[in-house]
Design a protein around this ligand. Structure first.
Ligand SMILES: Cc1cc2nc3c(=O)[nH]c(=O)nc-3n(C[C@H](O)[C@H](O)[C@H](O)COP(=O)(O)OP(=O)(O)OC[C@H]3O[C@@H](n4cnc5c(N)ncnc54)[C@H](O)[C@@H]3O)c2cc1C
Length: 455
C-alpha cells in the first residue's frame, strides 16, 4: 500500500541528500525515510560528475580559506575518504582517485600571498605539503613551464595527497547502501517534485506534483531551493542568495593533476583552475568561471521567479548586493568573467586571462566550451552583515533543516550529514551511534595523513 506518513522526509537526492539518507540508515535506528527527487536519478544538478570540479577539498590549495576553515574542510574531506576506502576496491576506484594537487603563485604579489599562507600553523595541519620552486614545478607539471616567459617568477604549494571524486557515483553508492539497510525502510520517489511545505500541528505536510505526505521531520537538501522552501515557512529572513554560475572549458590532457591558483582570503570562490576529469582521462578541464545569474538552478530559466522570492528584494538586500558587488576583489572577478560565455571572444578572453596563467602554450583553438555543463553555487548573503557567508549554511527550525551548499559542499556531504543527525536526534526519539560514525568516518585517516608524503 502507498505509504503516506514518514518519520523523516528528505527533499533532494544530490550528494548531500543521499549522504544524509545513508548516514541515517546506517548510524541511527530510524524506521523509515522518504526521499523525494524531482529528477529521474541521484545527483543530476551540482553533484553531477561533470557539473563540478570533482575536487576533494582538503584545504591544502585553498588560499582563500582561513586556517579555521582549512581545518574544518580537512576533517570533512577525510570523512569522504574514509567512506570510500571502506568500499570494495573496484567501486572505490570508480568513486575516488588519487591525484596530485598544487596551488600556483605567479609573480611577486601572488608569491607573497602564498608565502603568507604557508604559515607554521598551516604546515602543522599539512606536514606533507611542500613549497616547490620553478624547477620542481616543471618536474611535476612540465606544461606549466613550456612557453612561459623565463623571467616570470613561480612558486607552488604541492601535495601528492590530493583526490578527485565522482560525486555522482558517490551519491549513487550512498543511496545503494541506504536501500540495503535492514532496519530502515527507504522509499525513493524519483521524478517527483516538492511543491509546497506546510507545518500542520506536530507534522509537516508535504505536497508534491504527484502526492501528499506527512513527516515528523523534514530535511531539505534541495540546493539553492532549500532557501526558497525555508522562506516559504518564514525561516532565513535575513538571508539571500547570490547565484554564482560556473562553466567549464576543456582541452586535450595537458596536466598531470589539479593546478589551482592563488586567491585572496575571504573570496568565497576559487580562481579558475585546471583539473583532470575522472570520467575522461584524455582531457583537462579549465574552470569554473564566475558568472552571476538570477536563477536558482542552471539551465532552469523558470527558477528566475523563485530566485527573486528567495532573494527577497528589500532595502537590506539592495545594500548587501551593493556592498558585495562593489568589494574590489569580487567585482573584479565578476567583470573579468562576464564575457567568457560569449561565442568566440569569450574563448579568446578566457585563454588570455585564465588558461595561459596555468598552461602558457595553449591557444584558443586548443580549448572548447563545454556546453550544458556546470552549475550554480548558491553563495549565501547575510543581509544583516551585508556580506557573503563562506561555505554552506544549515537553517534550522522546529523539526526541520534546510541545507544550502555552495562549494565545497560536495566534500562536506558527510560532515553535513553528521550535523543534520545531531540536530535531528534532539527532536526525534531515535538513537545515533556517534561512536560508530566516528570510528568509521573520522578516525581512520588521522594516522595515514600524518605519515604521508615522507619523500
Ligand atoms: C561549478 C561548480 C564547481 C564545484 N566544484 C566543487 C568541487 O570541486 N568540490 C566540492 O566539494 N564541491 C564543489 N562544488 C559544490 C558542490 O557541487 C555542491 O556543494 C554540492 O553538489 C551540493 O550538493 P547538494 O546535494 O546540496 O545539491 P545538488 O547536487 O544541487 O542537489 C539538490 C537536489 O535537490 C533536488 N531538488 C531541488 N528542488 C527540488 C524539489 N522541489 N523537489 C524535489 N527535488 C528537488 C535537485 O533536483 C537536486 O537533485 C561545485 C559547484 C559548482 C556549481
Amino acid at each position: 500500500m502507498h505509504k503516506e506518513h514518514y518519520t523523516v522526509a528528505i527533499i533532494g537526492a544530490g550528494v548531500v541528500g543521499t549522504a544524509i539518507t545513508y548516514a541515517l540508515s546506517k548510524y541511527t535506528d530510524l524506521k523509515d525515510i522518504l526521499l523525494i527527487e524531482k529528477h529521474g536519478d541521484v545527483a543530476q544538478l551540482n553533484s553531477n560528475s561533470v557539473n563540478n570540479s570533482q575536487t576533494l577539498h582538503s584545504g591544502e590549495i585553498e588560499t582563500n580559506y582561513s586556517i579555521e576553515k582549512i581545518k574544518e574542510t580537512r576533517k570533512a574531506a577525510n570523512m569522504v575518504l574514509n567512506y570510500s576506502r571502506s568500499l570494495p576496491k573496484k567501486l572505490m576506484e570508480n568513486i575516488i582517485q588519487p591525484c596530485q594537487k598544487m596551488v600556483l603563485g605567479v609573480g611577486d604579489e601572488e608569491i607573497e600571498l602564498l608565502n603568507k599562507h604557508y604559515s607554521p600553523e598551516f604546515k602543522d595541519v599539512f606536514p606533507y605539503v611542500k613549497q616547490i620552486s620553478k624547477d620542481e614545478i616543471g618536474k611535476y607539471e612540465p606544461n606549466l613551464l613550456s612557453g612561459r616567459d623565463p623571467d616570470e617568477k613561480l612558486v607552488a604549494l604541492f601535495s601528492k595527497e590530493g583526490y578527485m571524486v565522482d560525486y555522482y557515483k558517490l551519491s549513487k553508492s550512498f543511496l545503494n547502501q541506504a536501500l540495503e539497510s535492514k532496519k530502515t525502510t527507504v522509499d525513493v520517489h524519483f521524478n517527483e517534485s516538492l511543491k509546497r511545505l506546510d507545518e500542520a500541528a506536530d507534522l509537516y505536510s508535504i505536497k508534491t506534483d504527484k502526492g501528499h505526505y506527512t513527516a515528523d521531520f523534514v530535511v531539505c537538501a534541495a540546493g539553492a531551493y532549500s532557501l526558497f522552501f525555508a522562506k516559504s515557512l518564514g525561516y532565513g529572513k535575513n538571508l539571500g542568495i547570490l547565484s554564482v554560475g560556473g562553466n567549464f572549458f576543456s582541452s586535450k590532457r595537458v596536466l598531470n593533476g589539479k593546478v589551482y591558483r592563488v586567491e585572496k582570503e575571504g573570496i568565497p570562490f576559487a580562481a579558475v583552475h585546471g583539473d583532470p576529469d575522472i570520467t575522461n582521462p584524455k582531457i583537462t578541464r579549465f574552470g569554473p568561471t564566475v558568472s552571476v545569474y538570477p536563477y536558482l538552478e542552471k539551465n532552469n530559466r523558470r527558477s528566475m521567479f523563485d530566485y527573486m522570492r528567495s532573494l527577497g528584494i528589500d532595502a537590506k538586500t539592495i545594500v548587501s548586493l551593493e556592498e558585495i558587488l562593489s568589494y574590489e576583489g569580487i567585482s573584479k572577478i565578476i567583470m573579468r568573467n562576464f564575457g567568457y560565455a560569449l561565442p568566440r571572444v569569450g574563448k579568446e578572453e578566457f585563454i588570455k586571462n585564465e588558461v595561459k596563467k596555468i598552461v602558457p602554450s595553449l591557444e584558443a583553438k586548443d580549448i572548447k566550451f563545454d556546453k550544458g555543463v556546470g552549475g550554480i553555487r548558491p553563495q549565501i548573503i547575510d543581509k544583516d552583515k551585508h556580506a557573503l557567508v563562506m561555505g554552506g549554511s544549515a537553517i534550522t527550525g522546529k523539526n526541520i533543516i534546510f541545507n544550502v551548499t555552495p562549494s565545497p559542499g560536495a566534500t562536506s556531504c558527510l560532515s553535513e550529514a553528521m550535523s543534520n543527525i545531531q540536530y535531528l536526534v534532539k527532536s526525534l526519539d531515535i538513537a545515533f551511534d556517534s561512536d560508530g560514525f566516528s570510528k568509521d568516518l573520522i578516525e581512520p585517516t588521522e594516522k595515514s595523513y600524518k605519515s604521508a608524503n615522507k619523500d
